[in-house]
Design a protein around this ligand. Structure first.
Ligand SMILES: NC(=O)c1ccc[n+]([C@@H]2O[C@H](COP(=O)([O-])OP(=O)(O)OC[C@H]3O[C@@H](n4cnc5c(N)ncnc54)[C@H](OP(=O)(O)O)[C@@H]3O)[C@@H](O)[C@H]2O)c1
Length: 266
């Protein structure tokens, strides 16, 4: 972690994003933390401020808004970030047609377009600065959902599939450059994500701790290109690769409909 001096974390006001912020703060000369909730970000900045990490910049940005993404990209360039944690994201667990077009487009705007734009704008500067003897790093928080077509979470799973494929493709394209990329693909994590997605609260008992997710991700950066926390999750992914695609879709459909879809969904 001491490799990096300046970090940008999107979606820092809660969950996995704030876990990264807490973990990295003791090592960073400068932090750019962003989200939509000013109060939560100020509280976080107060908690993590230390003599080492006293240069914490809060930027309020709604990543569904193009002008906010543009402004964030400019600011991150000025801060000369060498570690980018692309973490902001959300999804709605429901019938595709019961989710409004706006909600779906907003989700793609955050999970796909803002992530792509920030990578596109930030990578050249990160690589250029890193050639001075240091490596830069990127962690994109995708999801285990990105490995499979997921009924009732179809657009979200597709957005995470995009992000995962983008990171792995870029990692190969940039393999001669001094930059490490990691596609972080968590299973369930104990954050507000589950309630916001309208998924049942009972899932929380199988959810991983966000601090552990952030910690293991930082350990994997530079050593692996993709990482899913938890033996059970890793076995599930492997089993998923072995099943015939149609059988996999049917099993997931049954599981999602019976166990995850709210009973009042039409
Ligand atoms: N928790 C899980 O089970 C799980 C599993 C796999 C992957 N993930 C991924 O992990 C990442 C972090 O999620 P989390 O679990 O930590 O949940 P979370 O606590 O809800 O964090 C998501 C973050 O994204 C931000 N965000 C959402 N919409 C935004 C927008 N329009 N503009 C700017 N920021 C926005 C949220 O800000 P607001 O608070 O303002 O909405 C929040 O800070 C997400 O990409 C999620 O898809 C989560």
């Amino acid at each position: 972690m001491k490799r990096y001096r300046s970090v940008l974390i999107t979606g820092a006001n809660g969950g996995i994003g704030s876990a990264f912020a807490r973990l990295l703060a003791p090592f960073m000369e400068s932090m750019l933390i962003t989200g939509r909730n000013l109060q939560a970000l100020q509280k976080l900045a107060g908690e993590i401020k230390s003599p080492v990490s006293n240069n914490i910049h809060i930027e309020i940005a709604d990543l569904t808004k193009q002008e906010d993404v543009n402004q964030l990209a400019v600011l991150a360039g000025e801060k000369k970030i060498d570690l980018f944690i692309n973490n902001a994201g959300f999804g709605h667990f429901n019938h595709f047609l019961a989710t409004s077009t706006k909600e779906t487009i907003d989700m793609l705007q955050v999970n796909v377009l803002a992530a792509t734009q920030l990578l596109h704008v930030l990578l050249p500067g990160m690589i250029e600065r890193a050639t001075a003897g240091k490596r830069a790093g990127v962690i994109c928080v995708a999801s285990m959902a990105g490995f499979m077509p997921l009924p009732y979470f179809s657009a979200y799973a597709a957005s995470k599939n995009y992000l995962h494929a983008l990171v792995l493709g870029l990692q190969q394209e940039l393999c001669q450059q001094p930059i490490d990329l990691l596609s972080l693909c968590p299973g369930l994590v104990e954050t507000a994500f589950i309630a916001k997605a309208n998924m049942p609260r009972k899932l929380l008992k199988w959810a991983a701790n966000p601090e552990v997710i952030a910690q293991t991700a930082m350990q994997k950066l530079g050593k692996h290109h993709q990482y899913t926390y938890g033996f059970g999750n890793q076995v599930a992914i492997m089993a998923g690769h072995l099943l015939p695609p149609e059988m996999k879709r049917k099993l997931l459909y049954y599981y999602c409909k019976k166990w995850l879809l709210p009973k009042n969904s039409t």
